[in-house]
Design a protein around this ligand. Structure first.
Ligand code: F6P
Length: 407
């Protein structure tokens, strides 16, 4: 068997390395000679910056540590390939590097934008009658890839959000009764509210849950927000409101843009932050209530210490499935998870035409959002299984051990 190259791209997750571990493990099992990693995604491959993975992963213990290592162990990128119909230099270079290193399979672990890279490369190869194969493995805390039931990375981020908010609630509820605090927590997810909806999972046997949830699937009505704040303030009790970083007012501007200009990345996405800070400013200036904002930021996608076992195992299996299908001759596909049964929860993996997933975003169904800013039973039913189980870290010097590749 010849060689295979694996890359990671886009925003990292706590499970993206489990997919790398699964793909590596299966590739060796099936007899690939050399398994390469792209150092910082396709940008690294274009620079011929490839890493032989075997020295890092030759011991089964290394695979276990990799599964528990957050972020993209190979390094990530947010690089947009040029349109090959206008300029095919990137594509010629990718094929040249693959030929030089005898690589027959290119496997990319990423979200919507990364699947665009897989789509363009597989289309280019098909149009030119080239033998190289290109496969996508889903990952994103945003959970917004279409077709697949859910995305690796989501369950772990959701477990972290629910756990941390539950802990924050304990702290807030124990606070000064004379000056209750309204906390606004900002959660990632760009234009999809899946991860913010995980705030609903705080509600459990010993916890009443957060007070309100605002998702980007609905226009953010500032007056309705004021109404919610007033009502909470009048109760004179501590409160927690969860908001998505991607909430927008009626004219289409993100709430964070009301406070400051935002930068834009290579795919034209605005880099969001500051929504909770802005809303807390409004609460204290207009109502005089004590407030505190929490921006989970990078913490929510790097929290491997609290990863969901379901998520890590599925991420591993997605890597395995991609290698299996590539070896069978598939190309231009992304692995999708198909939910077989709810109780007991079970999923299986399939390949799906990349054209139906690349660049597309799947929002949370609006009918899952209730009029009182909570999530319906349907969301609970969907998401609760995804946060089940734990993968405990392996500790070194009192902190979790991580596997470093090429650093
Ligand atoms: O795409 C995943 C994601 O984590 C989004 O939820 C978030 O908006 C974005 O990445 C942040 O990107 P960056 O790390 O480039 O600021």
């Amino acid at each position: 068997m010849r060689n295979i190259v694996i890359g990671q791209s886009g925003g990292p997750t706590a499970a993206i390395n489990a997919s790398l571990a699964g793909a590596y493990h299966r590739a060796k099992e099936l007899g690939f000679d050399v398994v390469y990693g792209m150092h910082h995604g396709v940008e690294g491959l274009l620079r011929e910056d490839l890493i032989e993975l075997e020295p890092y992963l030759d011991d089964p213990e290394d695979i276990e540590v990799l599964k528990r290592t957050p972020a993209s162990a190979l390094g990530t990128c947010r690089y947009r390939l040029k349109d090959y119909r206008e300029d095919d230099s990137d594509y010629r270079k990718v094929i040249e590097v693959m030929e030089k290193y005898d690589i027959e399979v290119f496997l990319y672990i990423g979200g919507n934008d990364s699947m665009d890279t897989v789509k363009e490369l597989s289309d280019y190869a098909a149009e030119h009658g080239l033998p190289q194969r290109f496969m996508g493995v889903p990952k994103t805390i945003d959970n917004d890839l279409p077709v697949t039931d859910h995305c690796p990375g989501y369950g772990s981020a959701a477990k972290y959000i629910a756990t941390s908010l539950k802990e924050v609630m304990r702290d807030n509820n124990a606070g000064d009764v004379h000056k209750p605090t309204i906390i606004v927590a900002e959660i990632m997810g760009r234009n999809a509210g899946w991860l913010t909806a995980a705030a609903a999972l705080v509600k459990s046997g010993d916890c009443s849950g957060v007070d309100a949830i605002f998702l980007p699937e609905q226009v953010f009505d500032m007056d309705e927000f004021r109404r919610v704040v007033r009502e909470l303030g009048e109760k004179g009790k501590p409160a927690i409101i969860a908001v998505s970083e991607g909430v927008r007012v009626a004219d289409g501007r993100y709430v964070c843009e009301l406070a400051a200009d935002v930068a834009v990345d290579a795919f034209g996405h605005k880099q969001m932050s500051g929504t909770a800070a802005y809303l807390c400013g409004l609460i204290s200036s207009e109502f005089g209530y004590k407030t505190r904002y929490i921006e989970f930021s990078t913490l929510q996608r790097a929290a491997s210490h609290l990863a969901s076992r379901t998520d890590i195992e599925e991420a591993f299996d997605c890597g395995v499935a991609a290698v299996n299908l590539a070896v069978e001759g598939h190309t231009g596909e992304m692995i999708v998870m198909v939910r077989d049964t709810d109780s007991p929860y079970a999923c299986h993996m399939e390949g799906y035409d990349i054209h139906s997933v690349a660049n597309l975003e799947k929002g949370l169904p609006v009918e899952w959002i209730t009029a009182d800013h909570q999530m319906s039973e349907a969301y609970e039913h969907y998401a609760r299984p995804l946060i089940q189980g734990e993968v405990l870290p392996i500790f070194v010097d009192g902190v979790p051990q991580h596997l470093l590749i090429g650093e």
